[in-house]
Design a protein around this ligand. Structure first.
Ligand code: NOJ
Length: 560
């Protein structure tokens, strides 16, 4: 019996659009849905399978839309529900799937439920949908526990009760304008199932689930260990992350999406460690994808890369899922800049500002191209972030007065925040705002270098980053790399990441030189694509894909 075809998401490449910054049809300086629809052909030209759109729902935009006031509508700044329907129709006509962003850990403080909770009394049903608690100490003046907000400061804010007295405290793992829901409440669960159906019925092909690992907190809200580190601790050791009961929610959502046709996707944004913890989010009855942030945080060193890839593949194999690969998104320093700064696992998060040492742009771009070429050869699915196909660097010199990320404003340790990776993308060098719109208005200023990196300056230019991405994506598809089996190759020295991917009888050999001396390329295989200059030796910070198999011809093969 012929085997069933794989669901579309299994080996897909999914492109993230950050609606504020991709394309602005009405010229107000903030991107919008009609802008996205007009630029969808770019994604077909690039060669991706799907687009994931960050939140566009009604929102006061205190966290760029990750603070949702109404889960079933479109913010007028981004358009209307009709614009959304037009977007999805056009995308489907072009053969692209559409993923929307669901933000279930918290709402905006402008959400009617939260406003009702503020107006109601302690212990009321309205308060029970969120996490309100009495404070500690005399007069309840201290927060209920020591948890810290991811954006800096306490994770609790005290309210004033309707009668003017100092009141209860509510939990917000992020900004104070983002109160956390209480997911033990049946009404919260049924509301979100209804929201899922609302968008599924409108034809979306799946959801990216914001803060998937934070939705359930340890009962009793105990203090966290004193010295806990929000960014890197093994997560389940902290009472607010990766609690076992969170998986019940994804099981129920999986049952729900499985009642729809078309292989709708659930992708968890779960910053959890170790890899085995991440794999629990993609067990057969839970989500289909979970972002591989461990890989994103892996330093650009050959041994670290090999270890991270091996561990990632083993972890998902144990649950029969596919791995995802990702290097950039709207929360981390763009990899064309990140890879040029000293390589530590934490260099992804805090942002780079004008007062920091400025990274070497050439080195960053060379490494970013090599890293992407390595990533797109790996088995599984991959996520790209808008503008990385142009080699856009982080905007590292944004002045404080233009910054909008709440991380910058709340940070107690000098983080400049994430605005630097969210600057509007350049399309045409000689048009206003480099083609982002017709008026030249932009909600964040674009660095001058973005002009030289615009799509029209790169299209058809053989060694441009845009054409490199197009070649990599076309070859990845033609050679079935996403569905391939990876075997490590030895014999190239410690600084080279070397592996073969076999798919459907075709072997692709991948060599990435992370050292500082050139490597002679095996002469018997043709070069399919290279991230650097076309030469018979592989320069430092360069990745090459070769046509065929080296085992038996000099390279030493060893299974991962
Ligand atoms: C993760 C999102 O990617 C990020 O942008 C947001 O600030 C937090 N979750 C809170 O929603």
């Amino acid at each position: 019996m012929p085997s069933a075809p794989s669901p579309w998401w299994r080996y897909a490449v999914i492109y993230q659009v950050y609606p504020r910054s991709w394309a602005d049809a009405d010229g107000d300086g903030l991107g919008d849905l009609p802008g996205i629809t007009s630029r969808l052909p770019h994604l077909v030209e690039l060669g991706v399978d799907a687009v994931w759109i960050s939140p566009f729902y009604p929102s006061p935009q205190r966290d760029a839309g990750y603070d949702v006031a109404d889960y079933r509508d479109v913010d007028p700044r981004f358009g209307t529900l009709d614009d959304f329907d037009a977007l999805i129709e056009r995308a489907h006509a072009l053969g692209l799937k559409v993923i929307v962003d669901l933000v279930p850990n918290h709402s905006s403080s402008d959400h009617p439920w939260f406003q009702e909770a503020l107006a109601a009394a302690p212990g009321s049903p309205e308060r029970a949908r969120y996490i309100f608690r009495d404070g500690r100490g005399p007069g309840g003046d201290s927060p209920p526990n020591n948890w810290r907000s991811k954006f800096g400061g306490s994770a609790w804010t005290r309210i004033t009760e309707a009668d003017g007295s100092p009141g209860q405290w509510y939990l917000h793992l992020f900004d104070e304008s983002q109160p956390d829901f209480d997911w033990s409440h049946a009404e919260v669960r049924s509301e979100f199932e209804d929201i899922l159906r609302f968008w599924l019925d409108r034809g979306v092909d799946g959801f990216r689930i914001d803060v998937a690992h934070g939705m359930v907190k340890t009962e009793g809200f105990p203090d966290a260990p004193d010295d806990y580190d929000l960014a890197v601790d093994p997560t389940a050791s902290q009472p607010m992350w990766d609690q076992p009961a969170v998986h019940d929610i994804f099981r129920s959502w999986r049952r729900l999406v499985d009642t729809y046709d078309g292989d709708r996707l659930l992708c968890a944004e779960a910053w959890v460690r170790p890899d085995e913890a991440l794999a629990r989010y993609v067990r057969p009855d839970e989500c289909h994808h979970s972002f591989n942030f461990g890989y994103l945080m892996t330093p650009w060193r050959a041994a670290d890369q090999r270890e991270s890839i091996t561990r990632s593949l083993e972890a998902v194999r144990s649950v029969g899922a596919v791995q995802t690969w990702v290097l950039s998104n709207h929360d981390v320093v763009r990899h064309a800049t990140r890879l040029a700064v000293p390589q530590t696992t934490t260099s992804v998060i805090p942002g780079i500002g004008p007062d920091d040492p400025q990274p070497d742009a050439e080195l960053g771009l060379r490494r970013a191209r090599a890293a992407t070429a390595l990533m797109l050869a790996l088995p599984g699915a991959a996520y790209l972030y808008q503008g990385e196909e142009l080699g856009l660097p982080e905007a590292t010199t944004l002045p404080p007065d233009v910054r909008q990320d709440p991380t910058f404003w709340r940070s107690d340790d000098g983080d400049v925040g994430r605005d630097g990776c969210r600057v509007p993308v350049p399309w045409e060098a000689d048009r206003p705002a480099f083609g982002f719109n017709e008026t030249g208005a932009t909600w964040l200023p674009q660095p001058a270098v973005y002009g030289q990196l615009s799509v029209d300056r790169q299209r058809g230019v053989p060694d441009s980053t845009f054409e490199l991405y197009r070649s990599l994506l076309a070859l990845r598809r033609d050679r079935g790399l996403g569905r391939g089996e990876l075997s490590w190759l030895g014999g190239f020295g410690t600084d080279v990441v070397a592996f073969a991917v076999v798919a459907g009888g075709t072997t692709t050999t991948v060599l990435a030189n992370l050292g500082d001396t050139p490597l002679a390329l095996p002469s018997q295989l043709d070069v399919l694509v290279t991230s650097g200059p076309a030469r018979r030796d592989l320069l430092p910070d360069t990745t090459v894909w070769l046509d065929g198999d080296l085992s038996g011809t000099g390279g030493i093969s060893s299974r991962a």
